[in-house]
Design a protein around this ligand. Sequence first.
Ligand SMILES: CC(C)(COP(=O)(O)OP(=O)(O)OC[C@H]1O[C@@H](n2cnc3c(N)ncnc32)[C@H](O)[C@@H]1OP(=O)(O)O)[C@@H](O)C(=O)NCCC(=O)NCCS
Length: 198
Amino acid sequence: MENVKTTEAQRIICYTGEKVILRPIHPEEDFPFLWKWINDASINRFLNTIAPKSSDDVKEHIDNMSKSDKNLLFAIETKNDHTFIGTMGVNRIDWTSGVGTTGSIIGNKDYWGKGYGTDAKMLVLHHVFHRLNLRRINSSVIQYNKRSAGCLLKCGYKKEGVRKQMFYREGKYWNQILFRIFRDEFDPLWKQYQKRIT
Ligand SMILES: CC(C)(COP(=O)(O)OP(=O)(O)OC[C@H]1O[C@@H](n2cnc3c(N)ncnc32)[C@H](O)[C@@H]1OP(=O)(O)O)[C@@H](O)C(=O)NCCC(=O)NCCS
């Protein structure tokens, strides 16, 4: 599948970072990529959801993300050439307590481990803490997802606990590692980050 690049006319930029921009999802154009990525075994092994997922399942998921005020989803594009490489969002927002849970997929594997996820997450955390006034963000990874854990730690998340044997994958049970970040833990990192992007 060809990399998709947005045209100038389509381009709505929500945030610009060091390596990525965040934009709204384009349901029609982005959908085939999301469907492919979620069903790709080498990506799906890191997710909470088990493939195969039908196109209706994935459409419904995107639909629910955009309709409900408990979720939000950004598309991630490269800053230099506007290639669509993944999505990042916040789910299960509890507006009373100011809490949400981040989730990410960089589906284009050429871009793994090169700082794109960290850059996108800094921008998403800025959005949820400083624009939406959330207070605490949760995340979790399957024990073997060292790349995702590394990305979370770089953005200031702290390891908060372990749920033993939460996932059955590849013939074994694996722990779920829980992370959290509070706004006041993020703010000093954001100040440093801002100096780099301005
Ligand atoms: C998780 C994901 C969003 C992270 O984005 P990314 O751009 O690949 O991550 P980054 O390059 O910004 O950061 C990863 C960090 O983890 C580190 N890391 C990678 N593998 C590691 C390992 N085996 N042990 C320790 N650290 C590791 C990297 O070195 C990097 O830190 P560094 O920049 O200091 O070197 C992306 O890899 C992805 O979408 N993966 C597939 C789906 C997925 O796992 N989603 C998340 C589900 S919880």
